[in-house]
Design a binder for this molecule. Structure first.
Ligand SMILES: CCCCCCCCCCCC(=O)SCCNC(=O)CCNC(=O)[C@H](O)C(C)(C)COP(=O)(O)OP(=O)(O)OC[C@H]1O[C@@H](n2cnc3c(N)ncnc32)[C@H](O)[C@@H]1OP(=O)(O)O
Length: 177
């Protein structure tokens, strides 16, 4: 279902259908939303974002990370931004890149440790990040100071660094939301 939704997001973004098709699609989507409505659950029970066993953990908000290496200290993986993430001139939207970094660094920050939340995320845009190209993502834990975890990440198109990031993730105290 989530995979199909990702595909739909990309198709909708890239399409210029005739008015009758727009109407048909809108009606079909409204029908699908109504089909799901009776199955609305609380956050704890929803599927989206909770499937750690699936690439992208079953959510369609941020692009799917395909993991090649992952331990408590570093991540190596691949990310492809579909057309859904287009900003302009075939470059990824500047807001989608921090989203991807927050997803990767945020999950790494909490791997094998008490959960942490993003306190800040600094992103440098070095080159255009292209749409529909498989990119390499690297991330690592640089240092830990008490509850503070400092992580860095980088995104590469082949040999070219397109963006890098540095983030602070603060370990949550018991009961902290
Ligand atoms: C399959 C399922 C997977 C599920 C996996 C899900 C993966 C996605 C993960 C994504 C993660 C997110 O996006 S989380 C969502 C976005 N983030 C948030 O909403 C966080 C909102 N902010 C907060 O809740 C809070 O400000 C905290 C928790 C970050 C920190 O508050 P606190 O706990 O009260 O701690 P506090 O005393 O203020 O700070 C602790 C230390 O950190 C420093 N500090 C705090 N903020 C900053 C800052 N912005 N810049 C510099 N330093 C800072 C303080 O100076 C202090 O240093 P010192 O004096 O000790 O030296």
């Amino acid at each position: 279902m989530i995979e199909a939704l990702r595909s739909l997001q990309a198709r909708v973004t890239g399409a210029a259908p005739p008015p009758e098709t727009v109407t048909d699609v809108a009606e079909a989507l409204e029908k699908l939303a109504a089909t799901l409505e009776p199955f609305t659950v609380g956050e704890r029970d929803q599927i989206a974002g909770h499937r750690g066993d699936l690439p992208g953990r079953g959510q369609a908000m941020s692009p799917v990370l395909h993991v090649d290496e992952w331990d408590g200290a570093h991540v190596l993986g691949r990310i492809t931004f579909s057309r859904f993430y287009l900003g302009g001139n075939w470059a990824v939207h500047g807001g989608a890149i921090p989203l991807a970094f927050d997803e990767v660094l945020g999950r790494l920050a909490s791997t094998g440790r008490t959960a942490a939340r993003t306190a800040y995320l600094h992103v440098n845009y070095r080159k255009i990040t292209p749409i529909e190209v498989e990119l390499r993502v690297e991330a690592k834990v640089d240092r830990v100071e008490g509850r503070k975890r400092f992580l860095t990440g980088a995104l590469y198109d082949g040999e070219h660094l397109t963006a890098d990031a540095e983030g602070l993730f603060v370990e949550l105290r018991p009961g902290q939301p």
